[in-house]
Ligand binder design. Structure first.
Ligand code: LLP
Length: 419
């Protein structure tokens, strides 16, 4: 693809917000709203920023499909050399249809069903990241029955506070994820000499949208210590899996750069000489996507502010309703800020259906299009059919051109499942 005109991603040309040089207003007019729009150039840039930061140190990036698993996005990552982290058998199958080889897939998840484990064992994925003693026993039974040796990593719960939103912090003892360190030690003591089980790595993942390097560094240090200990005990480990979690700046505040992040991890892991596996999702996909919505209606809220009712809400982007998450919102054909005090809400029958609280914007009117920024990760994948609303369309901009990579769902698509 030829490089896009101008810088990668979302920026203003005069008053128009553009994606890789293409005006978002034109995409909204052509594809309709609500629609997710992704910048291929920005996905490439974000992937390479992490990849390049390793310099010559051996590593593999396993893009976390859960952040955005639309086929065209998965294929784009694959073309960059990425592997994947899958969280269900359906993500594994999506990865396969996007062209990934089983040896490029790590399979994580706190509740993998026997059928999912059997599928992953049969395919021979790179590793199954085991989350409990019970799961390891089920895995061994399945592998034995299939006459296979399963490659697995053990996910340690390091009891580290990621200091992110409690809904997306996973590294504390009270969280459901992973195996406490002492339990993991005892469990692994029993693994040697069991022919169906091959331990290949230690896995940690302490949360998502982490904006301080400290918890990530501490988790890496612990994974490195445990890996060295296991190597001394005779386990031939192949790599260390440090999960994902690097945060992005939703509000313009400074966050660690991919280079700072990788440097911090290398500082802890280099002494092991083991290759590093990372599972970044948000850091690659979030800034590379916006959700375009159209203003349906306006009405008074209080003396100082008005409601702006959009054609997208918690059904298209649930993050504000679920985590009180902040996403910048700007009109696509007017300046980004102004003197009108607005509460931007969706059309769904819930008062939690707020997309942006207390925003200062230029005057808006029905028909205007706004862009909800940094929605490329955990946006479309978390959309729902509540109120029978169709899943939104998705568009990829690449080389100065845009195309629909997922058509808008129809009511017939929904009703086709029903009798
Ligand atoms: N690896 C594992 C084992 C994970 O559980 C996750 C995310 C990742 C990698 C990717 O993490 P990332 O690099 O994207 O932070 N829906 C929430 C985020 C949930 C994250 C779940 N696990 C949100 O909208 O903020």
């Amino acid at each position: 693809m030829p490089p896009p005109p101008g810088p990668a991603g979302f920026f203003r040309l005069d008053h128009d917000l553009v994606c890789d040089g293409v005006p978002l207003a034109a995409i909204a007019a052509g594809a309709g709203t609500p629609v997710y729009v992704y910048s291929a150039a920005l996905v490439r840039e974000r992937y390479r920023a992490i990849d390049d930061a390793f310099g010559g140190y051996p590593h593999a990036l396993h893009y976390a499909l859960k952040a955005n698993s639309t086929l065209a996005i998965a294929r784009l990552l694959r073309s960059l050399g990425s592997a994947v982290d899958a969280n269900s058998v359906w993500e594994i199958e999506t990865a396969r249809r996007a062209g990934f080889d089983p040896a490029q897939i790590v399979f994580t998840g706190v509740g993998k069903s026997p059928a999912e484990l059997e599928c992953a064992v049969g395919l021979g994925v790179k590793a199954i990241n085991v989350e409990s003693a019970g799961e390891l026993a089920r895995l061994e039974a399945i592998a034995t029955r299939l006459g296979r040796t399963v490659r697995f990593a053990i996910r340690i719960n390091p009891d580290i506070d990621a200091k992110s939103h409690p809904h997306i912090s996973t590294g504390l003892k009270i969280n459901k994820f992973g195996v406490p360190l002492d339990d993991a030690r005892a469990l692994l003591q029993t693994v040697k000499g069991r022919p169906a089980l091959s331990l290949v790595a230690i896995h940690v993942h302490v949360g998502s949208q982490i904006t301080s390097l400290d918890p990530l560094r501490r988790a890496a240090a612990l994974a490195a210590d445990v890996s060295l200990e296991l190597q001394r005990r005779g386990f031939p480990l192949e790599y260390i899996d440090l999960g994902g979690g690097l945060g992005v700046s939703y509000d313009g505040a400074e966050v660690p750069s991919p280079a700072d992040y990788v440097t911090a991890l290398l500082g802890e892991v280099r002494r092991t000489s083991l290759p590093i596996v990372l599972e970044p999702g948000r850091a690659i996909a979030a800034p590379a996507g916006v959700l375009l919505a159209r203003v349906i209606d306006m009405k008074a809220r209080d003396a100082a502010s008005e409601f702006v009712i959009l054609d997208a809400g918690m059904t298209e982007l649930i993050r504000p309703a679920l985590y009180n998450a902040f996403h910048r919102i700007e009109p696509v054909s007017a300046p980004a800020t102004g003197d009108r005090h607005y509460e931007l809400v969706g059309p769904v029958c819930e008062s939690s259906d707020v997309v942006g609280r207390d925003r200062m914007l230029p005057p808006l009117a029905p028909g205007d299009v706004v862009a909800i920024r940094d929605a490329g990760a955990y946006g479309s994948v978390m959309a729902s059919n509540y109120n029978r609303r169709p899943l939104p369309a998705e568009v990829l901009v690449d080389g100065g051109e845009w195309r629909v990579i997922r058509r808008r769902q129809t009511l017939d698509d929904q009703l086709a499942l029903e009798t």
